[in-house]
Design a protein around this ligand. Structure first.
Ligand code: SF4
Length: 239
């Protein structure tokens, strides 16, 4: 069992992540809270890059719930068909837009319960919207944050919810607002799923992961064997 992080180590962990990305922000493109909500719903089991390719055309036609309802399911489907599960997502986007018009005066609600009651919106999506649109200090745990929480040992847990509770508990208040972005960007770009980039990781000396990667040059030198690392012997003729 790896040693638990001390409070000082956790502060240092976030200090380094914050220093490496001073102004973290979501990589999803959006215009307002409504388009952010739609983009997050579309990003389920899809990449932000893929979502960003489809949404400019969609948001140019519909940047409010009323306009989205007027667009209709078929038109939304045709605009987002490059995104996985587009049929279900198009239905959810129209259904949630209708509820926003009918129950929330066309606005995205600020309350978790109201958000999670919308079609296609779970705890993670609600957390992202609360954090990004309304600057609430929520930490939405997706696949990247789940991995970082467990690998580093900062907030290990068997489920995303367990990791979320762990992160809520250990994250210092001064880092809570941006913790979601620092962790997600670290997981996406450095602590990657298949091969974490430990040699260039700013929190490597704090991380408890037992199988850290080493620089490619070192792997090549080890593969070449000990003779490759020795200096060449002088020939007798030159002595
Ligand atoms: S040292 Fe490696 S495993 Fe640990 S956080 Fe950094 S990239 Fe991830």
């Amino acid at each position: 069992m790896p040693k638990k992080f001390t409070k000082a180590e956790i502060v240092e962990f976030y200090r380094r992540l914050a220093e490496s990305r001073p102004i973290p922000r979501t990589e999803l493109e959006y215009i307002n809270p409504f388009t952010l909500l739609v983009a997050v719903v579309l990003s389920a089991q899809a990449t932000d890059v893929g979502v960003n390719k489809a949404t400019p055309a969609l948001f140019a036609l519909a940047d409010t719930p009323a306009k989205m309802v007027a667009l209709g399911v078929e038109k939304v489907e045709s605009l987002i068909r490059t995104i996985g599960l587009y049929r279900t997502k198009a239905k959810n986007v129209i259904a949630l837009s209708r509820i926003l018009v009918e129950k929330h005066h066309g606005e995205v609600p600020r309350e978790r319960e109201a958000l999670e009651a919308l079609p296609g919106v779970g705890r993670k999506t609600a957390n992202v919207v609360l954090n990004v649109a309304f600057e609430e200090p929520t930490i939405a745990v997706d696949t990247h944050i789940f991995r970082v929480g467990n690998r580093t040992g900062i907030a290990p847990g068997k489920t995303p919810h367990a990791v979320e509770i762990g992160l809520e508990k250990v994250t210092p208040s001064q880092y809570k607002l941006h913790a979601h972005h620092w962790l997600i960007l670290h997981g996406r770009h450095v602590c990657k799923a298949r091969k974490p980039d430990c040699p260039s990781c700013v929190v490597a000396s704090l991380c408890r992961y037992g199988a850290k990667t080493v620089p490619d040059a070192l792997i090549a030198a080890q593969a070449a064997g000990p003779s490759a690392r020795k200096p060449p012997a002088r020939s007798a003729a030159r002595q």
